[in-house]
Design a protein around this ligand. Structure first.
Ligand SMILES: NC(=O)c1ccc[n+]([C@@H]2O[C@H](COP(=O)([O-])OP(=O)(O)OC[C@H]3O[C@@H](n4cnc5c(N)ncnc54)[C@H](OP(=O)(O)O)[C@@H]3O)[C@@H](O)[C@H]2O)c1
Length: 310
């Protein structure tokens, strides 16, 4: 089986490494000489090489598991020295749709293999035999059949059991950015925060508001995903059923639908790419962290997760 070299050791790479190791799939990790992650790979007993070293270039299959914003400079510096025909795996289509590495490096095979989970869930679903999905694209791969067969082995070793589903780099990029912007990383956490604030302002105990607005999210999403949309609505109480219809009619307004549609348009017409280029990621991360650290929801979470149960 051809060995995979995972580049970086962040959220995804840690989970991929642990799952591949436990499944016996051959891999190693490549880190920059100045990386902060050597202690972590050493502690886990993972074979590690230095990016750019002679050993690094011995392999011909790499998974680029570093932040998307770092892909361009990384590829410019190292990819020209990859063996012709080498495979580069991307866990998100963004790099190719934006940087067009398929044009800059036509002698490499650019393979999309997007696992649809955050790193911590890739590990915990693997350990609990849970469900994990992934999509792929071989549109910029020369030896499609062999590469797909090899990818299926990696996918199995990672614990993927929904898919592999075929897509394109473009479709994966659009769907991923849209779900982050419209639902997963905006609507859910910020609506929970808003509702938590409303409840405590009305004198409701923060612990109760926390359970209602944050902790229960996890439990209800489990039921939604396990039972499917119609099965979920069959499960909920009459109060929840009538309330759900009221909330749906009041909240999902034409303006809301048009705002959602505009998010997708901005992704499709590359306006969002420009916004990403202009963003100061370090400052933004810091200001969002500070905003959440100051929120009563975050403070209640910390309190409940530090105190032993009485
Ligand atoms: N976050 C998720 O769970 C998630 C979910 C779905 C898809 N993805 C995709 O998975 C890929 C990896 O994302 P991630 O969140 O796992 O990455 P990440 O945790 O941010 O990656 C951190 C790793 O990248 C290294 N790194 C940072 N900047 C670098 C640079 N300029 N050059 C070389 N190495 C650099 C870090 O170096 P040090 O060792 O020095 O710290 C560290 O090892 C991305 O394509 C992302 O879109 C991520």
């Amino acid at each position: 089986m051809m060995r995979l070299t995972i580049i970086g050791f962040g959220n995804q790479a840690l989970a991929w490494s642990q799952n591949l190791r436990d499944s016996g799939f051959p891999f190693r990790v490549a880190l920059l000489p100045e990386s902060h992650s050597f202690a972590k790979t050493n502690n886990l007993g993972i074979e590690t090489v230095i990016v750019g070293s002679k050993e690094f270039y011995e392999d011909s299959a790499f998974a680029l598991l570093i932040p998307d914003q770092a892909h361009e400079s990384f590829m410019k510096q190292y990819a020209a020295s990859f063996k012709p025909g080498s495979i580069v795996i991307y866990n998100h289509g963004f790099s190719i749709t934006k940087n067009k590495f398929n044009e800059t490096f036509p002698n490499l095979s650019h393979l999309l293999f997007a696992v649809k989970a955050i790193g911590s869930e890739i590990r915990s679903q693997y350990l609990s035999n849970g469900k994990l999905g992934a999509v792929y694209s071989t549109e910029f791969v020369s030896d499609k059949e062999d590469v797909f067969n090899w990818l299926q082995s990696i996918s199995k070793a990672l614990g993927i059991n929904i898919g592999l589903f075929k897509t394109t780099f473009k479709h994966e990029t659009q769907a991923d950015l849209f779900s982050e912007q419209g639902l997963l990383c905006s609507l859910i956490p910020y609506t929970a925060d808003l509702m938590f604030r409303e409840l405590i302002a009305q004198g409701i105990e923060p612990e109760l508001a926390y359970l209602e607005c944050w902790h229960e999210l996890k439990l209800i999403v489990n039921a939604m995903v396990d039972k499917g949309p119609s099965g979920f609505y069959d499960l909920i109480s009459p109060n929840a059923l009538v309330g759900s219809e009221k909330g749906f009619n009041k909240l999902i307004t034409p303006e809301f639908k048009s705002n959602l549609n505009n998010l997708l348009k901005d992704i499709q017409n590359n306006q969002f790419d420009q916004e990403l280029d202009e963003a100061n990621l370090k400052d933004l991360r810091e200001s969002i962290r500070n905003r959440w650290k100051a929120s009563p929801l975050d403070q209640t979470f910390n309190k409940l997760n530090q105190e032993p149960n009485k």
